[in-house]
Design a protein around this ligand. Sequence first.
Ligand code: PSU
Ligand code: MN
Length: 316
Amino acid sequence: METIKIMSPFDHVFHNSPDVTRATKAHLPLVALESTVLTHGLPRPQNIQLARDMERAVHEGGATPATIAFLDGQLHIGLNDQELERLANAKDPYKVGPRDFARVITDEANGGTTVAGTMLACKQANIKVFATGGIGGVHRESGFDISADLQALANIPMIVVCAGAKAILDLPATLEYLETMSIPVIGYGTDEFPAFYSRESGLDVSTKLDNPQDIVEFARAHWNAGLQSAVLVANPVPLVDSISQSEMEPIIEKASKEAKEKKIHGQALTPFLLQRISELTKGKSMRANLSLLLNNARLAAQIARAWREAEKRKLA
Ligand code: PSU
Ligand code: MN
């Protein structure tokens, strides 16, 4: 079926890569990947290595990866290797949430899109499945620092695969917010909400599901019921790379205290905490972070395939 393209004022900054265009036209499975993890979440050279590994994991899972980012104020849905490298080495890239779109466009700047920023781009590009590391949430340091990720999850209907919310956050408050905003939290093979570096948190998910087909069926039922919110899939970090909550907690407390003393707040807080925790664990937390990111890319590819299968059955 021919689709009629409606031009919007946003079109002149919006670019699908050739791979993404091909996959979209042929109704092949697509997985969006965020880029703040490259620009602000990981140091060089781990960031570019990870970006390539995540793309490969999605390919091997039978889907097309679409890393989303701003280059020179243009929003790219899908980056080639050269563009990935440009982003990973960009000087002072922006951290782009939804409120920063206009700024990065008018400044013609480079930027990594956060979970919320990536979801906004996915809405424009009509991508339904997205893999990240850990979503943002309610910070411990200030009850008013609530990530825009939660707003996006409340308003953009897609399946978001994460390893829980980042453990640096107030997890009970974050889960309450997700409930208030009618965002289902699916534990993938678990009843417990994973805590990013750790598989355990002592907190509940709203549903436990064990395979990609069931997740897709659940998401369809959710949207058919008239809801616009995302479905959050919480996929625990692989056991071999996980760190127990009791080992992580004193380290997170220490990093959090330092952030308060240094008066670090706003956009800088999450990158500061992630980096400080990596130093304090001598890189162990970063290994867990890399491992969970890859694990989420793999699961997202399976879900994207199940999504396309379900779409085909619906049309048949
Ligand atoms: N997951 C990671 N590392 C990261 C992030 C997620 O493993 O750096 C990023 C995501 O892009 C998320 C952002 O949207 O951190 C949250 O930032 P804030 O708390 O300022 O909203
Ligand atoms: Mn914040």
